[in-house]
Design a protein around this ligand. Structure first.
Ligand code: AVI
Length: 321
């Protein structure tokens, strides 16, 4: 048994609603939608890991290379003895780069909506970093949330929000989220990965991979609804569709009904016309300048920024003001 590993604790936020409520509300709308945070059950998290390894999905490898290249500088900005708080823990591959470079990190607190996945991935860290306090928290970081302080002397917090997950929020919601993170970090800085505006063909390929993994990831929402809620979606009756909307600087993801069909969910019937889209995700892209402006409006002081030579991706260090 690893003594530095706490069991994942669940932190409920006010107004937290369930997959069932959210799905019912989303399918009742005149333009149907499913919230993208429901992608990440255990199967969805694994599919997302597979996306990160795709040749077309440049984001993950570019960000990891940036973190590795600038790790010493990042560690200096994070300071000594920090608690690293990761919003949406993912596979933990990226945080290992930080933990290896950080100066005597005291604790690592990953937050994730998927408890099973969190338990699984954090276990491997416990053995590799025996001196580190590990506090996995099952929480929805998109909702207001207070993380209890570690006992003892005040430990500075450093936030970590990689992967350009910020892009999955509409700009107003992204700014509100940055504000909430600033509050959670209590004066600590935030290291955040942000995908950049670029050639639309490159963006299109990243969300329409040849192996069809992104399509499976998208359709997993329906598979999950069938398994968890007893719905009767036919995943093959929907197509993955992910165009780039250049005017709005975002990839939009949809499941498009391939035929006229009805689906029963929680005792209610939903009709889908042939060709009807269900919106499942937006992935906004920023310029370095537009992101720094947004961060400043959210109350951060944008300090360092690192990018690769092709300007595909950026990593920012934002200080709390
Ligand atoms: C998690 N998020 C930043 C990914 C993205 O690129 O927007 C989710 C994703 N959707 C399709 N592929 C990857």
């Amino acid at each position: 048994m690893d003594t530095n590993l706490a069991r994942p604790q669940t932190i409920a936020s006010p107004g937290q609603n369930s997959f069932a409520d959210s799905l019912l509300n989303g399918l009742r709308k005149s333009s149907k939608e499913i919230a993208c945070k429901y992608f990440y059950d255990e199967a969805g998290s694994r599919l997302f890991d597979a996306i990160c390894d795709l040749p077309e999905y440049y984001q993950t490898r570019t960000e990891m290379a940036l973190l590795a290249r600038h790790a010493a500088e990042i560690a200096a900005l994070m300071g000594d003895g920090a608690e690293i708080v990761e919003f949406g823990a993912g596979s933990l591959r990226k945080v290992r780069i930080l933990l290896d470079a950080a100066r005597n990190p005291r604790a690592y607190t990953p937050l994730d909506i998927s408890g099973d996945y969190l338990r699984h991935v954090v276990r491997s860290l416990a053995a590799d970093y025996p001196a580190l306090i590990l506090r996995p928290l099952v929480a929805d970081f998109t909702l207001p949330l207070e993380i209890p302080h570690l006992p003892g002397a005040d430990t500075p917090r450093a936030g970590f929000f990689p992967g350009s997950t910020i892009g999955n929020f509409k700009p107003d919601a992204a700014m509100a989220l940055l504000r909430r993170m600033r509050a959670t970090l209590g004066g600590g800085g935030l290291l955040i990965g942000v995908d950049l505006v670029k050639d639309p063909a490159r963006l299109h390929a990243a969300y329409n991979d040849a192996a069809g993994i992104t399509a499976l990831f998208n359709k997993n929402l329906l598979v999950r609804a069938n398994r968890e809620l007893g719905a009767d979606f036919d995943p093959d009756g929907f197509a993955h569709y992910a165009p780039y909307n250049a005017a709005a600087h975002r990839i939009e993801m949809y499941l498009v009904s391939l035929k006229r069909q009805s689906v029963t969910l929680c005792g209610q019937r939903f009709e889908f016309a042939q060709g009807e889209p269900v919106h499942t995700e937006d992935s906004h892209k920023y310029t370095i300048e537009s992101f720094r402006e947004m961060a400043a409006r959210a109350g951060f002081n944008p300090r360092a920024v690192w990018t690769d030579q092709d300007r595909l991706f950026s990593v920012h260090w934002l200080e709390s003001r």
